[in-house]
Design a protein around this ligand. Structure first.
Ligand code: PEP
Ligand code: MN
Length: 361
């Protein structure tokens, strides 16, 4: 399905640097903090947009919830000082009004808002007749239609300077990431709407500054336009997301090390496509690993349960039923019988090994 959005050419409103970098603190904390951060991160001329969160509804109450509207002036002044447009997150109509009053240059809709069409519509209504760029983060749940729906609502309000930000998805599975990337979803968005500039936010995907370079490079290899990366003059003292914010020096180093591949030469095009497919494979493998981890955790529980009830590990009937059912399912989706049997055998062996360990502990 192709999306029919009315999108302005990105060169008309976004810097043509590749990547186009949005950086700045997770939260605006003080005038001093935002201005110092802005000055330091713009020294190497790699950053195109200054970000700062003003309203920070956290997952649970009673933690830092942002400085509120006062911070808009600090953010705007910092932008003027370094000559950059500034962007902040809006979650309701009142936020939009405050931002417009304070000449904030660009807005973004956060993951917790994209998930709620009521809120998105409220923001869209507040934006009617206004010409301001809007970035839409993916919803926290891996539902591409909510993402697409939010883009459509904002676009229908007349906003055509529109971009999407991929920040990963909440997952119940154990994961190395704060928000699993599920790269297949932004790739799908790009297929549905090739014209939409696509940014990646490695800070909120990883939740950990050590993993940011890997994800940022992957985003570049997936041909994304830009990056949103949180930076802070003194991350250790940050009032929100301290573990994932980079110092200005770390940001500069990361950006200078990124490999930017050519899009246009014949052979590079081939490499890029190959890279895209491999990234999907990487994501799927990560998913498989997490699924295996969840499965083995259940196996451990089963081992304990059998031990308490004095029942043997091997239950032949159950194993036969698993083999029959899984090969049936696999055949339906075009997987070879041989492959699925081998894989089940390896999994079964490992399950037996884990249960044996549990029984003998
Ligand atoms: C943020 O960018 O500070 C933020 C809260 O992001 P997200 O909506 O992706 O959680
Ligand atoms: Mn943050």
């Amino acid at each position: 399905m192709k999306l029919h959005l009315n999108i302005a050419d990105k060169d008309s409103w976004l810097s043509n640097k590749i990547p186009c970098v949005i950086s700045g603190p997770c939260s605006v904390e003080s005038e001093e903090q935002v201005i110092q951060t802005a000055k330091e991160i713009t020294k190497a001329n790699q950053v195109s947009i200054l970000r700062g969160g003003i309203w920070k509804p956290r997952t649970r109450p009673n933690s830092f919830e942002g400085v509120g509207a006062d911070g808009l002036k600090w953010l705007k002044n910092a932008g003027i000082e370094v000559g950059l447009p500034v962007a902040t997150e809006v979650a309701n109509a009142q936020h939009v009004d405050e931002c417009l009053k304070n000449n904030i240059d660009m807005l973004w809709i956060g993951a917790r808002t994209t998930v709620n069409p009521f809120s998105v519509q409220e923001i869209a209504d507040a934006l009617k007749g206004v010409d301001i760029p809007v970035f839409v983060k993916n919803p926290i749940t891996p539902d591409i239609n909510l993402w697409v729906g939010a883009l459509e609502r904002i676009n229908a309000a007349g906003i055509n300077k529109l971009a999407a930000i991929h920040r990963g998805f909440s997952s119940f599975d154990k994961s190395s990431y704060r928000n699993t990337p599920m790269w297949e979803i932004p790739i799908e968005l790009k297929l549905m709407c090739p014209k939409i500039p696509l940014f990646c936010d490695p800070s909120h995907i990883t939740g950990d500054k050590e993993l940011i370079p890997y994800i940022a490079q992957k985003a570049m290899d997936l041909d994304m336009e830009g990056l949103m990366i949180e930076s802070h003059i003194n991350p250790k003292e940050a009032k929100s997301d301290a573990k994932q914010q980079l110092t200005p020096t770390e940001l500069e180093l990361l950006l200078s090390k990124l490999v930017i591949r050519e899009k246009h030469s014949e052979s590079e095009d081939f490499i890029n496509k190959l890279e895209q497919l491999r990234s999907v494979i990487d994501a799927l493998d990560e998913e498989l690993i997490n699924k295996f981890s969840s499965r083995m955790a259940i196996i451990e529980k089963i081992g304990e349960y059998k031990y308490k009830n004095n029942v043997t590990i091997l239950q032949l009937e159950r194993w036969e039923r698993i083999l029959a059912n899984r090969t049936f399912l696999a055949e339906k989706v075009g997987l070879s019988d041989d492959f699925i049997k081998k894989m089940l055998e390896i999994i079964h062996q490992e399950s037996i090994r884990i249960q044996t360990k549990v029984m003998n502990k």
